[in-house]
Design a protein around this ligand. Structure first.
Ligand SMILES: [Zn+2]
Length: 655
């Protein structure tokens, strides 16, 4: 028998493809027909050497054939996430020796994301049968995750324990802290959310876009509020300054430890150079803090936060000097900054036109709730832009990170209905570039400059004050909080390490800095903070279009190979009875090498295919086995000849 259960769908696909036509036209059909097959059940590349240890489990095939068309269902989602989790072992070698027996009376502290990347911030505290979660953010895609919309935290540990989850604290409305809510909150039992008034309004608005996501239960909290969550866990809140109003920090109090999470924060200075909210931080420090989870984003930067007053002055200068239109881009949630921009425009007589729904919504909500004050006709719909002279216009748009679907990209590419770039426009980037987005932002600036715009960004002039405290401010806060242990969060290892060093400089014992990885578990008792050997799943869960988590490591790896090395389809027709090759194998490639100019190589591959099949005794041909053989040997052969490893897709047609 040639066919096995697994090869059936492949063969029928290829028959369909080749039935339609011959020659080169077949290639498109066959390639297209097989793309979905290869990424879901088959492992075309597993034999070519590169992927060795990652050869996926067979059970996946079974899952798919059993589920038929429902591959994109939630079960599949979970399956993929679990499998991915199985690959994940990330014990920091520095702590691996600190194995400790599980202490039932200890408080467990677990970061699920945000410690090996920028974004995807989420962590939880567990004490006996009570759990409280802090934040639920997304991470923007990386170059290594082609085609992915964004990445969300892994909640495989929390989902089965949903009955224990007493609450979800949201520190502020930035997407890297709240963006994953619509995707995840249902899976963990839709726990009560504790957050501030503005964050509540913004996340409720976004939740409306997700018809299948549950309605949120939100309790509004403010500076000084205390909430008892259960028998063991209590929360106390305090305000911090950041680039969105209503950002809040939290103290999670358990019988073993007071854990402070400071959200994202910076210090805000007034004209006299006095920082705000230090009294509140002192109050928190007096509670006796066991562990301080502290923002590390700017830990490597020296000095104090740039005063928002200075930013305001510089922006005003820039606005006044501009002759033509001003187009300004920032995040839709940089609401503090947006409020300042509107204020300056009112002062100098420019109207603000907002492009982008997320920004329009955020401004409207802030205005309604009183976080932003401006006259009704200061902010106008973009449709009315034609009624005003260029020097009376400021366009506020999203897309400062070069996102392909955002407002600024549409303006730059000429696809925007109301705004195109023209010579004399002043373009202002009033935000920092998220690490990883540098290239697309440069590309954007290039386009703008070619079209005649004058481009300003925060490297040239202080028109952006980061929302994250630099070294001197981080040290000020550590002094006030006086923690026993410091756990730097938010950022790559090197940023967190710098944050630890900053604290050691001002007297924190070096051995009390804890650099954890995502998914590691810390056990806290009154005097100790121990990273134990247990880990919880914390691997990437990727959101690709409407699918959540169904694009796993294997799919991403395939995309990477396709992008970097291309693919080769080998179509072989075999006599069902004799097992012999019936006609010359068809070879099609995409993104590999131009085969028409490589006839010799092509002929060699054909010979190789005949050789591989010829060696198998008649009657012992097995579809799967043969395909693996072809992948291995054709893959190796092409590598020897070209030093490339394209994805090999063997297709076997039996007649
Ligand atoms: Zn933030």
């Amino acid at each position: 028998m040639l066919n096995t259960k697994h090869s059936e769908s492949a063969d029928s696909d290829s028959k369909r493809a080749s039935a339609g036509s011959g020659g080169s036209h077949v290639s498109d059909g066959a390639a297209a027909g097989h793309r979905s097959y290869s990424t879901s059940t088959d492992r075309p590349h597993s034999g070519t050497g590169r992927s060795g240890g990652h050869r996926p489990a067979r059970s996946h095939d079974g899952m798919r054939s059993g589920r038929g068309g429902g591959y994109r269902s939630h079960e599949a989602t979970r399956g993929t996430a679990h499998r991915a989790a199985a690959h994940h072992v990330s014990i920091d070698p520095g702590h691996a020796h600190k194995k400790a027996p599980q202490n039932e009376n200890a408080t467990r502290l677990v970061p699920l994301g945000g410690l090996e990347e920028i974004g995807r911030n989420m962590s939880f505290v567990e004490h006996k049968d009570e759990i409280v979660i802090i934040d639920m953010g997304i991470q923007f895609p990386e170059e290594e995750t082609p085609g992915i919309d964004f990445i969300i935290p892994n909640v495989d540990y929390l989902a089965p324990k949903k009955a224990n989850i007493r609450g979800l604290v949201l520190t502020h409305a930035h997407f890297d802290h709240v963006g994953a809510i619509p995707y995840l909150i249902g899976r963990i039992g839709n726990p009560t959310v504790y957050t501030t008034k503005l964050t509540k309004a913004l996340i409720e608005k976004r939740q409306e876009e997700f018809v299948n996501a549950p309605k949120l239960n939100i309790v509004v909290v403010d500076n000084g509020d205390k909430v008892k969550l259960g028998k063991h866990i209590e929360l106390e809140f305090f305000g911090v300054d950041h680039t969105v109003p209503d950002t809040i920090g939290v103290v999670v109090k358990t019988p073993e430890a007071n854990i402070v999470h400071f959200a994202d924060f910076r210090l805000d200075y007034d004209e006299e150079g006095n920082a705000a909210k230090l009294d509140d931080f002192e109050r928190i420090g007096k509670l006796g803090i066991h562990t301080f989870m502290i923002d590390s984003t700017n830990a490597e930067k020296e000095g104090h936060s740039v005063s928002e007053r200075l930013v305001e002055e510089n922006l005003e200068k820039l606005f006044v000097e501009a002759d033509g239109r001003i187009i300004l881009t920032t995040f839709s949630t940089m609401l503090t900054r947006i409020a300042e921009i509107i204020k300056i425009c009112e002062k100098i007589g420019r109207k603000v036109f907002v492009s982008g729904r997320s920004m329009k919504d955020a401004i409207q909500i802030s205005h309604t709730l009183g976080y932003m004050k401006f006259k009704k006709d200061s902010v106008l719909p973009i449709e009315e832009i034609g009624k005003y002279d260029d020097d009376k216009i400021l366009v506020l748009t999203t897309g400062a990170q070069g996102q392909s679907n955002a407002g600024l990209m549409k303006i730059v590419t000429g696809e925007h209905k109301y705004v195109q770039i023209k010579p004399g426009d002043t373009m202002i980037f009033s935000s920092s570039v998220i690490p990883g987005n540098e290239r697309s932002v440069q590309h954007l600036k290039d386009h703008l400059t070619r079209q005649g715009a004058i481009v300003f960004n925060s490297e040239m002039i202080d028109i952006h004050s980061s929302g994250h405290a630099p070294k001197a401010d981080l040290q000020t806060v550590v002094k006030l909080i006086k923690p026993k242990f410091l756990m730097p969060v938010h950022g790559y290892y090197f940023m967190r390490s710098a944050n630890g060093k900053n604290a050691v400089e001002i007297g924190l014992p070096k051995e009390n800095v804890r650099l954890m990885d995502n998914g590691q578990v810390a056990e806290l008792t009154k005097e100790t903070f121990t990273i134990i050997s247990e880990t919880v799943p914390a691997t990437y869960v990727m959101v690709d279009g409407l699918g959540v988590g169904d694009v796993g490591e294997v799919v991403i790896r395939d995309r990477r190979i396709l992008a970097q090395e291309g693919m080769v389809v080998v179509i072989t027709t075999i006599d069902r009875k004799t097992g012999r090759v019936l006609k010359n194998p068809d070879i099609i490639s995409r993104g590999f090498i131009y085969l028409k100019e490589s006839q010799e190589l092509l002929n060699e591959v054909r010979k190789k295919v005949r050789l591989i099949i010829g060696k198998i005794p008649p009657g012992q041909l097995d579809g799967d086995y043969l395909k693996n053989l072809m992948r291995d040997q054709i893959g190796q052969y092409l590598y020897n000849k070209t030093f490339r490893r394209p994805m090999i897709l063997p297709v076997i047609i039996e007649i």
